[in-house]
Design a protein around this ligand. Structure first.
Ligand SMILES: NC(=O)c1ccc[n+]([C@@H]2O[C@H](COP(=O)([O-])OP(=O)(O)OC[C@H]3O[C@@H](n4cnc5c(N)ncnc54)[C@H](O)[C@@H]3O)[C@@H](O)[C@H]2O)c1
Length: 154
């Protein structure tokens, strides 16, 4: 039998794969994009294990996933593929939004933006909320919302 693991070159995923191959006699298909977080060195101990099939690829690549599913027919899929570094979530929040929205199908809402667009708070109140967050992308995004609404109203 076979299982499919995604993000298996990352911290948790690689430990799972190594442990799985040690404990079970079952093939692992390991799909990882090898982003900044993925590292094949994490998997060096299972490099020559015939039950480990590593595939460099993106879980957003539907054609690739379809072909792996039909070829290997895994009985289970375990997902560890993620944007998971806290510092990166502060410096580049867009990547996290995209991963959640594209891969998990959830829409992320900004409560401050909704309150402003609904007219529950005014421009001064939104500016006051955005000010302490100007060092991160979210504060700048809220200021952009104000700028665009000024532009739209003229
Ligand atoms: N690290 C922890 O202490 C911890 C604790 C609890 C839960 N988790 C959760 O476990 C999961 C994995 O965490 P981690 O610490 O191993 O993360 P990690 O960043 O070390 O690994 C993520 C892996 O996913 C891969 N990846 C990212 N985007 C991909 C994509 N689009 N397609 C294919 N592969 C992709 C990366 O290359 C990397 O190998 C996350 O959901 C995290 O929230 C982690």
């Amino acid at each position: 039998m076979t299982i499919l693991v995604t993000g298996g070159a990352g911290f948790i995923g690689s430990n799972f794969v190594i442990d799985w191959l040690d404990q079970h006699d079952e093939r692992v298909i390991n799909v990882d994009k090898l982003t900044y977080a993925g590292n094949l060195n994490n998997l060096s101990s299972v490099e020559s294990n015939a039950s480990h099939v590593f595939v460099k690829g993106d879980i957003g690549d539907v054609a690739l996933l379809k072909s792996l599913l039909s070829r290997y027919k895994p009985r289970a899929i375990i997902n560890f593929a993620a944007e998971s570094h806290v510092d990166r979530s502060i410096h580049g929040p867009e990547d996290f939004m995209q991963t959640i929205e594209h891969r998990q199908g959830l829409k992320i809402a900004c409560p401050e933006e909704i309150a402003f667009r609904k007219g529950w708070i005014n421009e001064a109140a939104l500016t006051a909320l955005a000010q302490p967050m100007l060092k991160n992308g979210y504060g700048q995004y809220l200021m952009q919302v104000i700028k665009e609404s000024d532009y739209e109203s003229h």
